[in-house]
Design a protein around this ligand. Structure first.
Ligand code: HEM
Length: 735
């Protein structure tokens, strides 16, 4: 029925149905129903219901008497509702996801015989779930936290899951510590405070006492922990897996996803405000991009180390608190993933999907990474209590290849398997194990000798070298953000033991970092630090990943107007933004019609109170004397401009609006156009005298452009104007 199933979703689904990508959609279709106006309301046992409004009771027009428990319709509705909730995930409870496809463009046959990584003609359907780690299902999207990046590949050989994060290392080396790190990070036990935050005593108490977390907490304090969008994050498998090739050779590998749009983050003040103003910011962002057909894409990369080289590094390659620096082990990009279809129903798809690190297909294997081995146990185990023992039968989880075995029964089993035997071996030779030639998973014949002991290799004991490597590799801006993040986090620790010790710990990474943070948060200023090895690894900085080409596709750009706005400039901006696949959002002083100086009118998408500057990437203000006068007298409009400036966003203005922007920002070092020349100053792009013929709809986004739209769009494509922050201007404006 029109309106109930979004058209864009149907379109993509139809295209996909003829392809391998469509195999999973076809499979899901067996369990998918549409709600239409031809349907009639029934009970779960199929009997039509005549009313959904009144419980059966003893009643008359004069008197409402007691209701009757005998009403099966009412009982079913209430009891069914009473049991709607299932336990949320013990970690990564809040998330959102989408369908898509994966393809390798270069075979990795030298590393593996898994067709998903070698067959360049093959398209593999995927479902991806992004998540935060600490918060409950209803918590905000933009909190400071690690983001989950879990990919399920529905391959022809079975499901393969890469259950990764947007940060390449982890807090612990051995899975046995997982309950401790999560308990310490989640809300404290006595008062269940704070929600979805690492800024509290217990988190930082653990970080101090558990030095193997040092590298990871540096990443968690960096901009990686406040992404602008799920679409602008890298993904990392984190753990060390293995690939086995047709010759039987084994390599240790790490998997990486790198986004086409580049790696970009929010600024902290914006993230904080968004958590209240639009807690679903990331969820909506992913949905909106896919619905608008701007499909997010990631390149898929592998780092590989031959088995013989396992011990050639000064870190243990099985230690999940260490990266493999790219100068030692370069990433080879061999494939691409695109997300192109929003889910049909959140619960049955995003909530019920169950990822597990132990889901690997022939040609892919595990390593002795002590974190991975514990994860391989934990996911399956928790899914039994979250979803029930038959969770693999759920439509979103079941593979697209045949499944047959003698696992039976259990709550909510619904596959009906015919036959008189449910065991192997049986007299009919029914369902025998597969031979290797038939595609059986055969474990790599790994030689293992040793003593039973609760220990790890000595290289696991180095907890600081890579924390220093990370710090050394940050850009000036990223370092500032890390200092500010510690300033915020430790300020939320009331216990002086906690923040006092933590600033001492920072001296193990960098003395200057420790001293600056100590000044900020009030701890004793350390006098001596651990010597720094001085090494760098550029790929650790997200500034190394600006995106494949400058683009403003999917960027949200506000156009601020009031009655009397200049319609020529407005129209030109709107058209150019739309043709560049950005999302123009018209924001008026009111949401009812706003009339331009030439008498034409437009209906804004929002008004200034409803949509805040935090929810957009850039702002454009067209001229028009009356409109600009109204905006100048409107405190919220002035705040909008100042806040966008403070959050380092590109601001564009033409005609009379140039003076408004100049006045709102009020800094002598930010200059504006006073003629027919386009002027750019700290990401503020202005053109005082507008000649309409200079506004074109088709804009080339490139460095050094001279036109107004070109400069404005190029600024947006660069994400933020960092010079504003480097020169301290954002600190001089109240927002
Ligand atoms: C390398 C470090 C780790 C990474 C990258 C990671 C990543 C993830 C991700 C992305 C999810 C969410 C999956 C989804 O979207 O449904 C998740 C959930 C989970 N993780 Fe991890 N995790 C790590 C370490 C661990 C460890 C060490 C354990 C336990 C020993 C663990 C236990 C869990 C559990 C129990 C869930 C909930 C699963 C569910 O309810 O379906 N994780 N993890």
């Amino acid at each position: 029925m029109a309106g109930l199933v979004p058209e864009s979703v149907q379109k993509v689904a139809n295209v996909a149905l003829g392809s391998r990508e469509g195999d999973k959609l076809k499979d899901l279709a067996q369990n998918t129903k549409d709600t239409t106006n031809k349907d009639r309301l029934t009970t779960d046992y199929g009997v039509k219901q005549g009313t959904a409004d009144d419980w059966l009771r003893v009643a008359s027009h004069e008197k409402t008497g007691p209701m009757l428990l005998e009403d099966p319709f009412a009982r079913e509705r209430i009891m069914r509702f009473d049991h709607e909730r299932i336990p949320e995930r013990v970690v990564h409870a809040r998330g959102s996801g989408a369908f898509g496809k994966f393809r390798v463009y270069e075979s990795a046959a030298d590393l593996t015989f898994a067709p998903v990584l070698t067959d360049t003609s093959r398209e593999t359907p995927v479902f991806v779930r992004f998540s935060t780690v600490l918060g409950s299902r209803g918590s905000a999207d933009t909190v400071r936290d690690v983001r989950g990046f879990a990919v399920k590949f529905y391959t022809e050989e079975g499901n393969w899951d890469i259950v990764g994060n947007d940060i390449p290392v982890f807090f612990i080396q051995d899975a046995i510590k997982f309950p401790d790190v999560i308990h310490a990070a989640k809300p404290e036990p006595h008062n269940e405070v704070p929600q979805a935050q690492s800024a509290h005593n217990n988190f930082w108490d653990f970080q101090f006492n558990h030095t193997e977390s040092t590298h990871m907490f540096m990443w968690a304090m960096s901009d990686r922990a406040i992404p602008r969008s799920f679409r602008m994050m890298q993904g990392f498998g984190v753990n060390t897996f293995t690939l086995i090739n047709a010759k039987g050779e084994r390599h240790f590998v790490k998997f990486t996803w790198t986004p086409e749009l580049g790696v970009h983050s929010l600024v902290w003040d914006e993230a904080l405000k968004l958590a209240g103003q639009d807690p679903d910011f990331h969820r909506k962002d992913l949905w909106e991009a896919i619905a608008n057909g701007v499909f997010p894409k990631w390149k898929f990369g592998i780092q590989a180390i031959p088995e013989a080289d396992e011990h050639k590094f000064d870190f243990d390659i099985l230690d999940a608190t260490k990266v493999w620096p790219e100068d030692l082990v370069p990433t080879r990009y061999i494939g691409e993933m695109e997300l192109n279809r929003n889910p049909d129903e959140f619960f049955t798809q995003v909530e019920q999907i169950a990822f597990c690190t132990s889901h690997v297909v022939p040609g892919i294997g595990f390593s002795d990474d002590p974190l991975l081995q514990g994860r391989n146990f934990s996911y399956f185990d928790t899914q039994i209590s979250r979803l029930g023992i038959n969770f693999q039968e759920l439509p979103i989880n079941r593979p697209t290849c045949p499944v047959m075995n003698f696992n039976r029964d259990g709550a909510l089993r619904h596959t009906i398997t015919r036959g008189t035997v449910n065991y192997w071996p049986n007299r009919y030779e029914a369902c025998p194990p597969a031979a290797k030639e038939e595609g059986a998973y055969v474990e790599y014949a790994q030689k293992v000798m040793g003593i039973k002991a609760r220990m790890r290799s000595d290289k696991f004991k180095d907890h600081f070298s890579q924390a220093q490597l990370f710090w050394n590799s940050m850009s000036t801006i990223e370092k500032r953000h890390i200092i500010n993040a510690f300033g915020f986090e430790l300020d939320h620790c009331e216990d002086p033991v906690v923040f006092g010790r933590m600033v001492q710990r920072l001296a193990d990474i960098d003395l200057n970092l420790a001293q600056t943070v100590a000044e900020l948060v009030g701890g004793e200023v350390p006098k001596q630090g651990r010597p720094n090895h001085g090494r760098h690894a550029p790929a650790l900085s997200q500034t190394e990943f600006p995106g494949s080409t400058p683009t403003i596709a999917s960027r949200r750009v506000a156009i601020l107007i009031a009655d009397g706005y200049d319609q020529v400039a407005y129209n030109a901006a709107y058209a150019a933004l739309s043709s560049a696949l950005a999302v123009p959002l018209v924001v008026g002083t009111k949401r009812s019609k706003v009339t331009a100086a030439n008498g034409k009118s437009t209906q804004p998408h929002h008004h200034l109170e409803g949509l805040r500057s935090t929810m957009v990437d850039a702002v454009f203000i067209p001229g028009g004397a009356k409109s600009v006068e109204a905006l100048t007298r409107n405190g919220r409009a002035l705040h909008w401009i100042r806040e966008a400036f403070g959050h380092l966003k590109t601001i564009g203005a033409t005609g009379e609006a140039v003076d408004l922007v100049h006045r709102a920002i009020g800094l002598p070092s930010v200059s504006v156009s006073s003629s027919g020349d386009v002027h750019e100053s700290y990401g503020v792009v202005t053109l005082k005298e507008l000649r309409p013929e200079r506004l074109t709809e088709v804009v080339t986004i490139a460095k050094g452009a001279t036109g107004f739209m070109e400069k404005f769009f190029y600024g947006i494509s660069q994400h933020r104007c960092w010079d504003r922050e480097l020169d301290g201007l954002n600190k001089q404006v109240a927002y």
